[in-house]
Design a protein around this ligand. Sequence first.
Ligand code: ADP
Length: 666
Amino acid sequence: MSGQKETLTFQAEVSQVLNLVIRSLYSNKEIFLRELVSNASDAAEKLRFEALADDALYESDPELRIRLHVDKDANTLSIEDNGIGMSRAEVGETIGTIASSGTKKFLAELSGDQTKDSALIGQFGVGFYSAFIVADKVTLETRRAGLSAAEGVRWESSGEGSYTLETIERAQRGTTVTLHLNEDAKDYLDDWRLRSVVNKFSDHIAMPVEMLEQPPAPPPAADDDKKDDAADDAEQKDDADNKATETPAPEWKKVNTGTALWMRNKSDIKDEEYQEFYKHVSSDFEEALTWAHNRVEGSHDYTSLLYIPGRAPFDLWEREQKHGVKLYVRRVFIMDEADKLMPRYLRFVKGIVDSDDLPLNVSRELLQEDKKIDNIRTANTKRILGLLEKMAKDDNEKYEKFWGQFGNVLKEGPAEDYTNREKIGGLLRFASTAEGDPTHVSLDQYIERMVEKQEKIYYITADNLAAARNSPHLEVFKKKGIEVLLLVDRVDEWLVSHFMEYKDKQLQSVAKGELDLGDLADKEDQEKAEKASEEHKHFLERVKTALGDEVKSVRVSTRLTDSPACLVVEQYDMSQNMARMLQQMGQGAGGPAPTPIMEVNLEHPLISQMDQEADEDQFVDLAKLVFDQALLAEGGQLQDPATFVHRLNRLILDLQGKQPAVAESA
Ligand code: ADP
């Protein structure tokens, strides 16, 4: 089977990515080099890691490096690494296939509108396929470290729907990607041009990137000149022996700095270099919003370089969504997605942690229980929250951008991270009745604007902003000029079930419990309501009987000014909105929805009219109608819409017969 040349068709998704990459990045061609050098560097780091357990993998070639070859006659540029390489199966799995279900879903959602789709490309790493921006044909030859020379693989494609795969002889391990440059990309054959691009994209990479260089002609009478760092190179000795007659052969010379960026002094690193490194570690295409670079010394020495991306990846909400921090131990790459280095609600943070003290053979299991890792996570969390606080304070525009992308993830924070919930609370932003859409009101702003005697932070949860803003529950708050936060994201229910207090102020749903406005309540109103309850006791019981088990009880409302009725739940019950959400997600397992309490507004004409209704059938119809209306008004759905419509029509006809006009209560 292996050995024979197969021609295979790209997965439909791959063709899509390819087209998208080529179309959208044409004006930004040179990034192909960043992607391929980045892959080569990752491959070298993986080899170094695997060789920790089995140094035979180095074979006789322990100096890891990346080399760029230019062949002007053949019009090719090759990127060669002596890293981990790939087996035939691995090539098939990684190149020519897209495994992530998230990517597939994402691609399925592409609109077909070129400009819109192009903007989306930054959301996933363009990776290997960027080679086709500059090449008509790409040849990849590779051999997995540890496999024999007969188990090399050649993959080749012109990026048009199919590729070939065959087994070849390959003497050395690692991968060579050869680009057959297209007409518009010939300038990469130029030594000077290539160097400048390499510098831009690989200076921060810890692996040396080498290019051939013609050494200067040797000085005529020098016999013992070991002057440069290549002096220990065996080839050079040979050259020295032959120097009399031949021009010296070109030598491989390091083009980049080749030191890990994070090991350098903060003050020596330019912002552009930080951004380049970000793109390398994150596979992001766009710039990071900000970063924190720290060296920690003490009981445990480590360096961290953490970035906040400018844009959420499309799979942020996928269950398999990965963490973005890589772990190094003394400059050796250990693992991607080290999820113990950041709490889940900060999973969007990208970057590296390089520890001086962890053992090199540290495994995911060991990380679970390592105290040092706990300390790093605690410090990382603090650092990121601090970074966000600073951003919110100094650069609101940037913070808004951050919030738009990652706010909903941050809202998972108070539930997950009890210790930092107050800090996280300060970073939260909400829509509010005090401002138009869209709003991002902070809790501190809210507290500052609280009216005299107000003690609680009031909020309402709903399915969307319109439903929240127009909810009957807000009526009394509007009347009294009290601001209410509008919580309309799915995660908000989760948030408020764990985040009940901020700066000693209780968060209170306006749709839960007895309306307790504390000192804000008008004594008169309350007394009036109590008196009314007593007076209308019979009426309230009659409504309850009409509605049966649909409601827990019926009581007089102090919340309403314009609506006839609203539904509320007990203070510690699940909110109606939450119950609806669970139902939509098919999670009946969350328990049955709590039975609501119906509150009626005795001053509303519909209710007072009902009170006088002698016909019992008519009364039941009206009661049910009021109940259904209340449900609709808060964004709920009727169990039986058809019956509602029949009932409504019956009443309209009936009322028309009885009196001149329908009450203007809708
Ligand atoms: P990404 O790097 O984001 O995973 P790529 O398309 O760049 O996406 O690469 C896909 C996969 O192909 C890599 O994850 C890696 O497993 C493999 N790969 C690419 N280049 C190399 C290389 N030079 N050496 C070894 N494996 C490679």
